[in-house]
Design a protein around this ligand. Structure first.
Ligand code: PLP
Length: 375
């Protein structure tokens, strides 16, 4: 087999036409406001509220600082129930707030926190639940809300994968006390780096806005020990321009997803995630799960075979967060507590998906996976 000449990575950032961006830069140079709630920042908050269908949003320099600040804003302490099947930043944000993560297993279907396993993990120290909508598929938000109300817990969603996702016409970001977005280069919507907190009321937004700017309210008043987590004007300008192209980009992702599914559906031992009725998806990743027995090759062997053909998938999320040194000593981190997450993390490979990925290449990748299967 000949390796393709140009490597294909799991993602490639969506970039708008450069000429259009330089126009925004010229405006920044003209008005000489480059950060601190400038005109593009204000405009982006407004336009994102409209596009996403939310009431209150506060922009951040990146998603991780937004997670850390959300926990500060709600004064979360003690223990927080969270998923091991996520990007490390989810648990790191707890660690940076001196909070102990309590890992709860995920459900096998969509890899999200399993609501049935949450209640038995609640202790007198539990103050909140931090689930993540993995691969853009909504958590069981109703059931999580019911548990939170029963035990008087806060819910902070890591919503880094669900830009634009709607559940029965409502933004998924409207569930829970807060949702955190990431606008990192690898996400479906990027501002180079960036992030946001979505919250439910104006007073909370104001508090978050204080916290992301050292706690300043006005010139001489510092109301809280805040941090510097502000989004700058260049990021905000990028965000405004990216909004013009987001629907086209999401449509491209949908078509790529359908193309993968068309070939992969006939390969025994390869599972992928289907669309859920009532959900408007954003297709941020294309994960497949390999059953070694049926497929005839292990996940790692397939991953290596793709790589030798210059196709660079990624094993998101392997290892589990609970397997990293900072967390593996925790009582909840054992594999016996997390059998489903452990199995999924050993089976998963995310295949390349990004708006500029040509459908010919998508089919080639899918056929390569077909060819590797046990004859
Ligand atoms: C990308 C990501 C983050 C971190 O966001 P940054 O903007 O890179 O700081 C957090 N959680 C999840 C699930 C992510 O995918």
């Amino acid at each position: 087999m000949t390796a393709s000449d140009k490597p294909i990575y799991v993602t490639q950032p969506a970039l708008p036409p450069l000429e259009e961006f330089t126009e925004y830069l010229r405006q920044i140079w003209d008005n000489k406001i480059i950060t601190n709630n400038g005109p593009f920042h204000k405009q982006l908050e407004k336009e994102l509220c409209d596009y996403l269908g939310v009431e209150h949003i506060s922009l951040f320099a990146n998603g991780t600082l937004a997670l850390v600040t959300a926990l500060q804003a709600l004064r979360i302490s003690g223990e927080v129930i969270t998923s091991p099947y996520s990007f490390v930043a989810t648990s790191h944000s707890l660690w940076w707030n001196n909070i102990t993560p309590v890992f709860v297993d995920v459900e096998p279907g969509f890899c999200n926190l399993d609501p049935e396993k949450i209640e038995s993990a609640i202790t007198p120290q539990t103050t909140a639940i931090m689930p993540i909508h993995v691969y853009g598929n909504p958590c069981n938000v109703e059931e999580i809300q019911r548990i939170a109300e029963t035990y008087n817990l806060r819910v902070i969603y890591d919503a880094a994968h669900v830009f634009g996702v709607r559940l029965n016409g409502t933004s998924i970001l409207n569930f829970g006390d807060m949702s955190i977005l990431s606008f990192h280069a690898t996400k479906v919507y990027n501002t180079f780096e960036g992030g946001a907190i979505v919250c439910n009321d104006a007073q909370t937004k104001r508090h978050i806005d204080d916290l992301k700017n050292f706690g300043f309210r006005g010139e001489t008043t510092v109301v809280a020990p805040g941090i510097n987590a502000k989004m700058n004007e260049v990021q905000a300008a990028m965000g405004l321009l990216q909004l013009k192209y987001i629907d086209d980009n999401l449509e491209r992702r949908r078509i790529i997803t359908e193309t993968y599914r068309g070939v992969l559906k006939d390969i025994p031992g390869v599972r992928f995630l289907d669309d859920v009725q009532g959900v408007r998806h954003c297709y941020p990743y294309f994960p497949i799960f390999i059953d070694e027995q049926t497929y005839g090759l292990s996940r790692d062997d397939l991953y290596a075979a793709l790589k030798s053909n210059n196709i660079h998938g990624r094993r998101y999320f392997y290892p589990l967060i609970s397997d990293f040194p900072a967390y593996r000593g925790l009582p909840s981190a054992g594999q016996d507590n997390l059998p489903v997450a452990t199995k999924l993390s050993e089976q998963v490979v995310c295949l390349p998906i990004y708006p500029d990925l040509q459908l010919d290449r998508v089919k080639e990748i899918a056929r390569l996976i077909e060819k590797q299967a046990k004859a």
